[in-house]
Ligand binder design. Structure first.
Ligand SMILES: CSC[C@H]1O[C@H](OP(=O)(O)O)[C@H](O)[C@@H]1O
Ligand code: ADE
Length: 317
């Protein structure tokens, strides 16, 4: 792999014009069949991201960033993933759209292990122990989060461009659904799993929050693609989830995730680079966080304003 190892806070030329990022979850630690251009680990005001960011060149000649959510070798627990640094680093590069992959348990009979789901909602069951916002005392802003995913943009592209490819691999794709994001790292109890089903949950993972929230605060269009690996522990005819089960199915899912990326990138590139495309990415996002700020300019903490400059330059100063 050709890399320009780079550690620093200002990305050099090789890292400019990167508008799309892929976040890989459990089982997806790198992209294959792409030209690697460079990698770097920027120091953000929220620390270092979980892994070096790989810049790859697509068949369409665009640069795309890839980041392994849990780090190389899966070092970070779901709770300790430095999500603020991950999203801040991508935004600072210029990223406008994130396609994120996640291994999930299925809470529905019809979502079989190895199926893919493009969710449109989240129920947050993390326990308030993860830093989940870029804002703090001295600079307060409230992001709209009613629709946590870019479902009408990136989500539709995934559905329209990757569905047939996946069917060809014997994988069913489901459009829409609710991700329950639990704290972990231990899996749920049967009572919890059944409660989530009664709430209308479709799938369960440990990573949609705060990633999706932080992406929204950074004005990045974000869509998670969920790869089912198990029936959690609610299913009376199936064994309760184990890591072996998840990892076994992930071997197949990892290959399928790469096929999704390949199928989706050409249209996503057109949409993001403003060429003719039927899809709009990040509708209403640009500028939204400027008007979401409620702190009187006279009361703003300059140190916090300076931190926010890293992701939303000129918004609060
Ligand atoms: C190894 S099973 C639990 C683990 O898998 C998922 O990871 P990711 O979302 O990064 O693919 C889930 O969220 C848990 O972190
Ligand atoms: N059953 C499950 N619960 C939470 N996260 C998961 N990731 C994969 N399977 C999962």
């Amino acid at each position: 792999m050709a890399t320009n190892g780079y550690k620093g806070s200002v990305p050099p030329e090789a890292f400019r014009d990167v508008k799309i990022a892929i976040i890989g979850g459990t089982g997806l630690y790198q992209l294959d069949n792409v030209k690697h251009i460079a990698e770097f680990e920027p120091l953000t005001p929220w620390g270092y991201p979980s892994s070096p960011i790989h810049i790859v060149e697509t068949a369409g000649g665009h640069k795309v960033a890839f980041l392994a959510r849990h780090g190389r070798g899966h070092a970070y627990t779901p709770t300790s993933v430095p999500a603020q640094a991950n999203i801040a680093a991508l935004k600072h590069l210029g990223v406008e759209a994130i396609l994120a992959f996640s291994a999930v348990g299925s809470l529905r009979q019809e979502i079989k292990p190895r199926d893919f789901v493009i969710p449109d909602q989240i129920i947050d069951r993390t326990k308030g122990i993860r830093p989940s916002t870029f804002f703090e005392t001295g600079l307060v802003a409230h992001a709209m989060f009613a629709d946590p995913f870019d479902h009408t943009g990136i989500g539709q592209i995934v559905w329209n461009k990757a569905r047939d490819v996946m069917v060809g691999e014997g994988v069913q794709m489901h459009l829409g659904g609710t991700v329950i994001c639990m704290e972990g790292p231990a899996f749920s109890t049967r009572a919890e799993s059944n409660m989530y089903r009664s709430w209308g949950g479709s799938v369960i993972n440990m990573s949609a929050i705060p990633e999706a929230k932080l992406a929204r605060e950074a004005e990045i269009a974000y869509q998670m693609v969920c790869m089912s690996t198990d029936y959690d522990c609610w299913h009376e005819d199936e064994e309760a989830v184990t890591v072996e089960m998840v990892v076994g199915n992930l071997k197949a899912n990892g290959g399928n995730a790469r096929r999704v990326v390949e199928a989706v990138l050409p249209e996503l590139e057109k949409a993001v680079w403003g060429r003719e495309s039927a899809y709009t990415i990040g509708k209403g996002l640009k500028g939204s966080m400027k008007f979401a700020c409620v702190t009187d300019p006279a009361k703003r903490d300059l140190a916090v304003v300076r931190k926010l400059e890293y992701i939303l330059p000129g918004y609060y100063s």
